[in-house]
Design a protein around this ligand. Structure first.
Ligand code: HEC
Ligand code: HEC
Length: 392
């Protein structure tokens, strides 16, 4: 997926408006790319999300369908045998949903493929007789008899210091370190700055020796931008589902407004969630990992602006928010992004998480904060959307 970001960056120069201009109508993938025949009508960032979803579904990386991906000899537009199959599969999936499920997106690549190039055909006895899988549906159905969403959110607000104290927070400036999973990227300086109601910037500065530059995620109140570590080629402005996610994260930085930023709230069955463990190969390299922890949680799901689906997991014991799972939509499936919050500590009478870990389809990192200041002045320039960095 690093290559996906590189592609976006390389065309970013043509996409993004000049600094601090109002949001513009973004170009669509078929206007930017040469050979888009089925995934039409998508912004470029959403189009790239579909490539990510395809990779995730089949446990492929870009080069499995695009010859020479990851090198400068790649020709993304060229059709390869697998790319041709994938295109027919995309159309097949869309037809299955249209003809059988009233157009609802019930079948995706994942439904059949589950991390394999060829889907399984026969029931696997080891799975049938193994531990039952308890993975819940993405969409939480209203279940009678559960506490109301409001009561769970009220408990969270109370646990966080109470509505009055939370409402008094107008800015947050936090500093610490960021670690890629598996220790990748080393300990890098991290800063999270936020201004009420919806500006937020996360800036991670990697040590010069890593050659990775900065990781940046910004929402300035209207526009969003992201630049992730493996993308040495630059960053890009968000227009699609990721923009809604960035806005939600900015708003959630001020948890006092949690009841206003989601609508259609509903409570799901309580669950036990666990930290996502490191892969075994990473565990082998890094032995000092914290053990995987589990949490008993209350589950509340709601809808953000433009239909963003968000599930929140509140700790049954502390009432605090353990996890946010949000999904952006693409024509071939939802793209999940998870944010885990832990190590809550008191900051001037309110409780804030000192560890924030991100997990997305093609990467993960964790920020450990050691200092959080509230109500300090923050330069507006922190939230500037950087100009796109063209491909060198
Ligand atoms: C399973 C096969 C498959 C994988 C894996 C895959 N793609 Fe694609 N890619 C396609 C198909 C199919 C299209 C054409 C879609 C269409 O016609 O609407 C495409 C089109 C593209 C295009 C547009 C090229 C042009 O000019 O028309 C880009 C760019 C692209 N992919 C990038 C990526 C990146 C980056 C990755 C890795 C994250 C990736 N793809 C992974 C199948 C794949
Ligand atoms: C209804 C089940 C189903 C769904 C949904 C589905 N596939 Fe497939 N796919 C298959 C089967 C079955 C095969 C193997 C066909 C064969 O071997 O001839 C396959 C094979 C493929 C292959 C060839 C893999 C190889 O061995 O090289 C690609 C690429 C592929 N699918 C992409 C996708 C993509 C992308 C999606 C989502 C847009 C998708 N599929 C959704 C059933 C499905």
């Amino acid at each position: 997926m690093a290559a996906a970001l590189a592609v976006v960056a390389s065309i970013g120069a043509g996409l993004a408006p000049a600094q601090s201009a109002p949001p513009q109508k973004p170009l669509l993938a078929e206007q930017v790319f040469k050979n888009v025949r089925v995934l039409k009508g998508l912004t470029v960032d959403d189009f790239m999300e579909t490539m990510g979803i395809i990779c995730a579904g089949l446990a492929f990386d870009c080069s499995d369908c695009h010859a020479n991906a990851g090198t400068n000899r790649v020709n993304w537009a060229a059709d390869t045998p697998r790319k041709v199959i994938a295109r027919t599969m995309i159309t097949m999936v869309q037809n299955i949903n249209k003809n059988n499920f009233g157009g609802r997106q019930e079948v995706t690549c994942w439904t059949c493929h589950r991390n394999r190039d060829k889907p399984l055909v026969t029931p696997t006895l080891a799975v049938m007789y193994g531990e039952p899988s308890l993975i819940p549906d993405d969409v939480v159905a209203k279940t009678p008899g559960l506490p109301s969403p409001d009561s769970i959110l009220d408990k969270f607000i109370e646990a966080s210091g109470g509505a009055q104290r939370l409402a008094a927070v107008t800015s947050i400036d936090a500093t610490g370190t960021s670690t890629g999973f598996g220790g990748f990227g080393g300990d890098s300086a991290a800063e999270i700055a936020a201004k009420f109601p919806d500006q937020r910037a996360t800036i991670v500065t990697y040590p010069p020796a890593t050659g990775r530059g900065k990781e940046i995620r910004v929402y300035d109140g209207h526009r969003g931008y992201t630049r992730t570590p493996l993308n040495v080629l630059g960053g890009f402005e968000l227009f699609g589902g990721d923009l809604d996610g960035a806005r939600f994260d900015a708003e959630l930085a001020f948890p006092g407004q949690i009841k206003q930023i989601l609508t259609n709230l509903r409570t799901g069955e309580p669950e036990t969630i666990s930290d996502i463990p490191e892969s075994q190969s990473q565990q082998a390299v890094q032995k000092d990992l914290a053990p995987v922890k589990s949490y008993d949680v209350d589950v509340v799901q709601g809808t953000g602006p433009r239909g963003l689906l968000v599930t929140l997991y509140f700790d049954k014991h502390t009432g605090l928010l353990d996890r946010e799972l949000r999904y952006s939509d693409t024509p071939i499936g939802r793209v999940p992004t998870e944010v885990d919050f832990s190590d809550y500590r008191d900051v001037n009478g309110i409780k804030l998480p000192f560890r924030i870990a991100y997990v997305w389809l093609d990467g993960r990192d964790a920020i450990k904060l050691n200092d959080i200041k509230t109500n300090v002045p923050i330069a507006e320039a922190k939230f500037d959307i950087p100009a796109p960095t063209p491909k060198p």
